[in-house]
Design a binder for this molecule. Structure first.
Ligand code: SF4
Length: 246
C-alpha cells in the first residue's frame, strides 16, 4: 500500500498477463452481478466479499514469489496508507466490527474510524501517507478485522520489513519492492466487483476505507439505501488513482 512501491501497470505488461487479468476481472464481474442481481441483500454482499477473497487467493498461486516474503504477524508498517475498498468490503468490515467483536471494542473502533475519517477525508494517497496515521482497524499492531480484510490488504506484501519501516519513517523516501502481478490481480478483482455491482444497478464506486466504514457504522440506513440502488457511499469516494496505488 506504499505509493512509492514499484509499479508496472498491466498496460505495460506482456499480452498474456493483460489477457489473464481481463479474464479474472470478467469472471469476478459476472459472479458479483449474479450474487447481487434480482434483489441485493446483505448476505449476498458478504458472499461477494468471500468469493472475491477466494478468487484472489487462488489466482495469486499463478505468481509464486521468487523470494521469501518478509511479512509476519504484528508487522504493521503497511497499515498506514489509504486503502481503497468496494461497497461490499465496507459492509463486510463494518458488519464484522459490529457482530464479531466485543461491544466495548466495537464502540472504541467506531470512535477511531470517525476520528481517522475526520483527519483523512479528501486527502490523496501521498497526503494520507504523510500523516503516518494508522488504519483505524489496526489495534496493537494487528488488524481487528483480519478475516474480512480488503483485497488490497490481502495482496500487499514486501520482501523487506526494513524497507517498509523506512518508508513509514520517511514517507516518499523509499521504495518497497513487491510482486507487481499480485497487485494487478487484486486490482482486476476489485474492478470486477465494482463493475458487477454497476451492472445490476448499484453504485460501483471505489471508496476510502475509513469514510466508507464510518458511513455504515454511523447510519444504519446506508447499506439498505446502497442495496436499493442509491449512491449512498458517494461521500466516501476514494481519490483518483488510489485503486492501483492503495
Ligand atoms: S484493514 Fe486491516 S490489514 Fe488493511 S490496512 Fe486496515 S488494519 Fe491493515
Amino acid at each position: 500500500m506504499d505509493p512509492q512501491a514499484r509499479i508496472r501497470h498491466a498496460d505495460e505488461a506482456n499480452p498474456r498477463l493483460r489477457s489473464l487479468l481481463a479474464e479474472i476481472g470478467q469472471a469476478q464481474r459476472q459472479a458479483t452481478a449474479e450474487s447481487l442481481g434480482g434483489g441485493a441483500t446483505v448476505p449476498a454482499a458478504l458472499m461477494v466479499v468471500e468469493g472475491a477473497a477466494a478468487r484472489l487467493q487462488e489466482q495469486l498461486k499463478r505468481f509464486p514469489s521468487p523470494r521469501r516474503l518478509a511479512c509476519k504477524p504484528a508487522c504493521p508498517w503497511c497499515c498506514y496508507s489509504l486503502v481503497s475498498v468496494t461497497a461490499p468490503e465496507a459492509i463486510a468490515l463494518a458488519s464484522y466490527v459490529q457482530t464479531a467483536l466485543p461491544r466495548k471494542v466495537a464502540t472504541a473502533i467506531g470512535g477511531r474510524v470517525a476520528r481517522t475519517d475526520d483527519r483523512t477525508r479528501g486527502l490523496d494517497v501521498a497526503e494520507r501517507r504523510a500523516l503516518r496515521l494508522p488504519c483505524p482497524l489496526l489495534v496493537e499492531r494487528r488488524c481487528v478485522a483480519y478475516p474480512v480484510r480488503p483485497l488490497f490488504c490481502r495482496a500487499w506484501h514486501s520482501f523487506s520489513a526494513g524497507a517498509c519501516l523506512e518508508s513509514w519513517k520517511r514517507p516518499g523516501s523509499a521504495g518497497v519492492l513487491v510482486i507487481d502481478e499480485w497487485r494487478e490481480v487484486a486490482a482486476a478483482i476489485f474492478r470486477g466487483v465494482n463493475q458487477g455491482a454497476h451492472d445490476v444497478g448499484l453504485s460501483g464506486r471505489s471508496l476510502e476505507l475509513s469514510a466508507a466504514v464510518r458511513l455504515v457504522l454511523d447510519d444504519p440506513t446506508t447499506v439498505g439505501r446502497w442495496l436499493a440502488g442509491e449512491d449512498a457511499f458517494a461521500p466516501a469516494k476514494a481519490p483518483p488513482r488510489s485503486v492501483v496505488l492503495a
